[in-house]
Design a protein around this ligand. Structure first.
Ligand code: ZN
Ligand code: ZN
Length: 148
């Protein structure tokens, strides 16, 4: 989503999402704006999850066990968590989740991504950031704006 290899995700994320949501107070959705550029387009879910299906089938074939349905369920859960947590980060409403230490850490982690686009690329589980050396400390969680 941050390289021009495939134009659609680059435009929708790096150009539009990062263009609208920056760091500091502009990290949050301004009042009166719609939610269109926070979540992925609806058709991204079946496409992204579906692209993983052959990999799950291949792993199941190699391991000689059926991991397909469990794997698809895990991918669906991960996708849902990405969409929901990312939405809560940009549109805070004082949800109980937002008060948890875990969410605060993830939110600061993602805010850092909006400051430095090639760091902290994971939203839900920053394991790949750790492995690929893109993990940096999310050192500040900015207070959510007052909303009506
Ligand atoms: Zn974001
Ligand atoms: Zn990004």
């Amino acid at each position: 989503m941050h390289t021009r290899i495939w134009p659609y995700p680059f435009k929708s994320h790096a150009v539009i999402h990062h263009g609208l949501f920056r760091s500091g107070p502009t990290y949050f959705l301004p009042s009166g704006r719609n939610y269109d550029n926070i979540r992925f387009a609806w058709w991204n879910a079946p496409l992204i999850i579906g692209l993983h299906a052959p990999v799950l089938l291949w792993i199941g074939w190699v391991l000689e066990t059926n991991i397909f349905f469990g794997g698809m369920a895990a991918l669906g859960l991960y996708y849902f968590l990405y969409e929901y947590l990312h939405f809560c980060m940009h549109v805070p409403k004082g949800r109980w989740l937002e008060r948890s230490a875990w969410f605060s850490w993830l939110d600061a982690h993602h805010h850092q991504h909006h400051e430095r686009h090639f760091k902290n690329l994971n939203v839900v589980l920053p394991l790949a950031d750790l492995i690929f050396g893109t993990l940096i400390r999310g050192n500040r969680r900015i207070p959510r704006p007052l909303r009506a």
